[in-house]
Ligand binder design. Sequence first.
Ligand code: G3H
Length: 496
Amino acid sequence: EIHQREYLCNGEMKPWNGKVQEVYSPVCIRTENGLQRKLIGTYPVCTEKEAFEALDTAVAAYDNGRGQWPTMSVADRIKCIEKFIGKMREQKDIVVKLIMWEIGKSYSDSVKEFDRTVEYIYATIDALKDIDRDSSRFTIEQGIAAQIRRSPLGVVLCMGPFNYPLNETFTTLIPAIIMGNTLLFKPPKHGTLLHYPLLKAFQECFPKGVVNTIYGRGNVIVPGLMQSGKINVLTLIGSSKVANELKKLHPKVNRLRAILGLDAKNAAIITSNADVKLAVQETVLGSLSFNGQRCTALKIVFVHRSIADDFVKQLSAEVNKLKYGMPWEAGVALTPLPEPNKPAYLKECIDDAVANGAKVMNENGGATVESFVYPAVLYPVNNKMKLYREEQFGPLIPVIPFDHVEETIEYLIESTHGQQVSIFSNNDKELASLIDPLVNQVSRVNINCQCQRGPDVFPFTGRKDSAEGTLSVVDALRSFSIRSLVAAKLTESNKQ
Ligand code: G3H
């Protein structure tokens, strides 16, 4: 168990004697009262007082762009981040263990999340070196020589999601800091403890006030921060409802930059020309990796009616083979869910689909044992069901037969989401005719493969309510900075 009794503010690990939040693992243990989530630790429930103390600290460290950090050379900032990576790697074992216990991610995926994050930070450093090299060059136009630089924006409020509590958080947090901004960081509710072993590394590697942590109930401490008008950048990976509410609280919303990764309802479109076996494999991966709790997961599957029955049969057979178990078990594909209210919500979706004419097609589909929910293939799904539009963020695969591919494009046009689509077809002409209409609806079209974020050098964004701003190694550096110009008129004497 980890009992966190400190928070990082102004370069100090401040002791916390106030209220704490108990953290229960999705992994259950047998007790006299049946299966129960295991207590794995506690963390501080800070009040607005500590949140404002952290805000004032970040504001003072930025000091309207005059602080030590925003004025430090890029090379020196990179040295701080490199030192941080070294210290972060020393904590790998404990962080990986905490990812498994806090959010139920399998061991191999937890290791992958850690390693991917470290690689992302190295790639960020390389990208920043390139930007810095470009900034030192002069562009000469119409008798004016200019250096085009990238300057920081100010104070960043950073909130990450539970599904990639380390990786998704750090793909905003690291670029935000490295560009010279100062930071308030609120870890996700499920996924707070795993950041604790890294606090000391932040403390030791960055000047005081650059990274400050806030804990507790988001709805209590975050609104006041936004209302203060002192937050220059809001970055959040989570729900569009929360993001919109927070943005509205800012007194000068036109001065707030928002970098947001939000809701998605990514669709697979499987045409009559698809390789069914491949489509099945990719649908299983795309819909059920980490129990479907990825913003990039496939959340609805359209299949041409001529192959739909065969596809569903093969899909259900593959789902039946998946191994269900504890995060540390070898070869495990499905694990317990961290959100306590999720099993009940998924049951509601299944009941609603069944009441409206769908069937559960695989063995034990939707069966629930405390925090475990067996995946369910639901077929045929129609537009009266919750699963037609709602983002289930769990192990349910709604399958809809279609007659004309235009029906699927119509679905995307009417959708409030616009992140990705996967199209399956072995007919090049058909693919070529669909790519343009699809790319005008979503930000990424995947051909004969599942939806995903990576490789992380690729732009990651979405249309409509799915995102604001773009992330990728380079795009994130741009997102957390502003272009500025140092320009001089060329004269006879300085032309050389
Ligand atoms: O939840 C959204 C993540 O960025 C997904 O990343 O596609 O690599 O699993 P992934």
